[in-house]
Design a protein around this ligand. Structure first.
Ligand SMILES: [Zn+2]
Ligand SMILES: [Zn+2]
Length: 288
């Protein structure tokens, strides 16, 4: 186990963080009390600089606004200071998905309307600490991006993600298949080497995964990031889980942060991507 003396996410430095909301160990799931729990394989703590809080100040009455109410957590997926999902063994990657599902369940059961789970890897992608971690922000509303998508899906005769998973699994944008999952370079990639991971089965969220699908997702996510890391020498990236309580098709989007979102993108919402997805898929397929 590789550790750093200064890193608040490393084992031995648990006192440097707020009390953990959930500590995952071989013998069960616990919450920190007076003394911090050691011997964990994953740990979920409140974010020190939360974007949303349980009792926010009232927003300005001048404009229509929603109080920034919610929960903001950090999931430390591994005690190893030098590891990341690209280098995790399969067991760690699979456990990470089960922690995501566990925290997702908690916030859904406590009334959140949307639970955003995302990872920023590398400083250029927004990570302020180098020790691998995922963020979770539980919201009192469904974000506009997702609302627009759902309203557009509801006007279609069939789920577009079911069609994408099926069609792209034999297209030149296929990267790999892993059991009940497919990893593709989407036709409308916003960034070079963008990857999507989708289940063939129409399931809305992580809570609908059975055991074999959960294992498959852990393996698929690790494999996608391993290939990206090998091809582009461990680039910064973001990945985001898209899921809803019902009537949705779970998907995970990985976007390397290797191009700048600049004036044109902000002016138009159109993304300039110099690497066609067919080329990206071909290169990612050929990583051994
Ligand atoms: Zn560390
Ligand atoms: Zn579907």
């Amino acid at each position: 186990m590789r550790a750093s003396k200064e890193c608040p996410f490393c084992p031995g430095n648990e006192e440097m963080t707020p009390r953990a909301l959930a500590v995952y160990r071989e013998d069960g799931v616990f919450a920190d009390g007076e003394t911090r729990i050691r011997g964990w394989w994953a740990r979920c703590i409140p974010n020190m600089y939360p974007a949303v809080v349980q009792s926010p100040a009232a927003p300005t009455p001048e404009w229509v606004a929603v109080p920034a109410r919610g929960g903001h957590e950090v999931i430390i997926e591994s005690p190893d200071h030098e590891s990341s999902p690209a280098t995790f063994d399969y067991e760690t990657a699979i456990r990470m998905i089960s922690v995501y599902a566990d925290r997702y369940r908690y916030h859904v059961e406590h009334g959140s309307s949307y639970v955003s789970i995302f990872k920023n890897w590398g400083r250029e992608a927004g990570a302020s600490l180098s020790h691998t971690h995922t963020q979770l922000i539980a919201l009192p509303l469904v974000p506009p991006l997702v609302m627009r998508e759902i309203s557009s899906i509801s006007s279609m005769p069939a789920c577009p993600y079911c069609t994408i998973a099926e069609r792209e699994s034999s297209s030149e944008r296929l990267i790999f298949r892993e059991g009940e999952w497919v990893c593709i370079a989407p036709f409308y990639s916003q960034t070079p080497y963008e990857m999507w991971i989708l289940p063939f089965k129409h399931i809305s969220n992580l809570l609908e995964l059975n055991d074999s699908m959960l294992v498959g997702l852990g393996r698929a996510l690790k494999e996608a990031l391993r290939r990206l890391s090998a091809l582009l020498n461990d680039p910064p990236y973001n990945y985001m889980l898209f899921q809803m309580g019902s009537n949705y098709h779970l998907n995970i989007r990985i976007q390397p942060a290797i191009t700048r979102i600049a004036g044109f993108e902000k002016n138009t919402g159109i993304y300039i991507n110099p690497v066609p997805p067919e080329q990206a898929a071909s290169e990612l397929r050929s990583v051994s």
